[in-house]
Design a protein around this ligand. Sequence first.
Ligand code: ADP
Length: 602
Amino acid sequence: MRSSMIRGPWLSWFISVLLGFGVIWLASYWVGVFTLQELRETTRERLSLYHGTVIGALDKYRYLPFVLSRDEDIRQLLSASQGNQELVSAINISLDATNLKAESDVVYVMDRFGTTLASSNWKESVSFVGHNYAFRPYFKDAMAGKEGRFFALGTVSGIPGFYMSHPVREKSGIIGVVVIKVNLEFLQQQWREGGETVFITDKNSVIFLSSKAEWLYKSLQPISQESMTQIRSVRQYGQAKLGQLKTREHSIAGSSVTEIDKRDFLVSTLDIGFPAWALHYLYPVALVRERQQTTFVIGLVLMTSFLVGALFLRERRLKIISSRRALEAEKIKEINIQLEQEITERRRSEQQLRAAQDGLVQAGKLAALGQMSAAIAHEINQPIAAIRTFVASANLLLKRGKTQELDNSLQQITFLTERMGAITGQLKTFARKAPTKLAPVEVHYVLSRAIGLMQPLFSREQVRIKTHLPSEKIYITGDEIRLEQVFVNLFRNATDAMSGKDQKEISVYLDLNQETVVIRVRDNGTGMNPEIIEQLYDPFFTTKTNGDGIGLGLSISYGIVTDLGGEILARNHPSGGAEFTLSFPLCDAPSNGHQSNEKQRN
Ligand code: ADP
């Protein structure tokens, strides 16, 4: 995984470099193709220009042999059976003048045997007069009645020249030949001065006019033995050594080029016509290579700059990413520190809160204890004070001997001690734990016990209690004492809520559903503030002031009811007052349940 991650970027770099080289190669290839196209065009243009010059140079002298062949003096000289020195001298002078005017090399007249009778160079050391050129093709062609054209090195002068001949006709036939030799040196000179590579080849592909001196008299193809004999026989190239020019064809940018002397040329050739010559123009293709190399170098520089740029950008990006990550890590670190601080802070405040809560609970408990003590003291103190008064009055009656009146005081004392007993009894039931064993309990019996316990309070507060109970006995699983405690609490609270009322009434309803018994205890008191209904069952929640309540009654009752699998619900009745609804699951009657209740009642 890691190695592939490392290999990935380097592989793409490698591929990019390869692609780069490919593009550069293609670019230089196409540069080569276009440059070659351009060069070929130039070559063609230059070739046709040179062609025009050559044709022009040859055409300039074309008619001169013909004109001279019609000269009367020349005809006379050639038809005379014997030599006429006077006529020869006159013709020599005339030919010299013509040659001078025509700017040709030599103009001369040959008899029908090939011997020069008169020549423009008659007075020069290289004079043709008296020489026989019957072996030259131009003589033979003229004697055959044709115009002669021939290029050769002068046998006497050694000067390269172009020979044009024309027959001199009489009625009897051809009596001689007029020849004009033109020096084509000037063409070579022009080419060399132009610094270009031009040459002309003859029918054997031998270069006889060339801008490059070293290529002269070399052939482009191997010369056959037959052709070589023929060349030698007409002494076309004198003693010049005929060799072969080493050429090699190969291809550059899809085009064929010719390599000569380790240099590549684009070769363009054009036939001159008569004589069977070919003009060759060679353009060096070094320019192609130069341009290709320049393209390659530019491409390489561009690619290197691109790669360096890309590497630089990559480095920069990596740097930015790493510094951003470092910044993020720093931020995360800071946030972590802040979080840790906050957690410590929260823990501390939680501890403080818990301590405060513990303190509050403690304080609440103490307050509850205080309230409870006040309530107990209040409940107990009144009967004690009353007993004390009755005892004092009993003592007084005893001292006075009014024993028959003692009965009333003793009855009052008995009543008061009973009341105190009832109070402590109730307190005891609050303190009692749930019994370990539950048994079926008869609801009527529990309700009547609770009403009985509350009877003194009901009488004192003038509370009327109305029960609406079905006739049959109903049993629920539970514990009589603790169920009594629940109803006593409900009756006590109802009595408290009705304290300011003229008519005080508590109604108890008992309804049966399929599997439950529903007991409703309703009063016509003040009802409850809807906002506190949720808090009724919280321990120590009370709205009673002056130590009248300790807020444990409903809390304990709720615990008992839910312990027995029942439910308790408080609401304000629509017609006023509060209503507490208790529901318990029904259970079957015990086999001895009736007897035990009866026993307790007795
Ligand atoms: P205490 O009677 O000591 O206040 P309880 O837990 O028995 O404690 O009752 C809690 C509170 O519920 C009472 O202070 C009272 O405000 C409200 N309460 C209970 N029963 C009734 C009722 N029948 N009518 C109106 N308010 C009631």
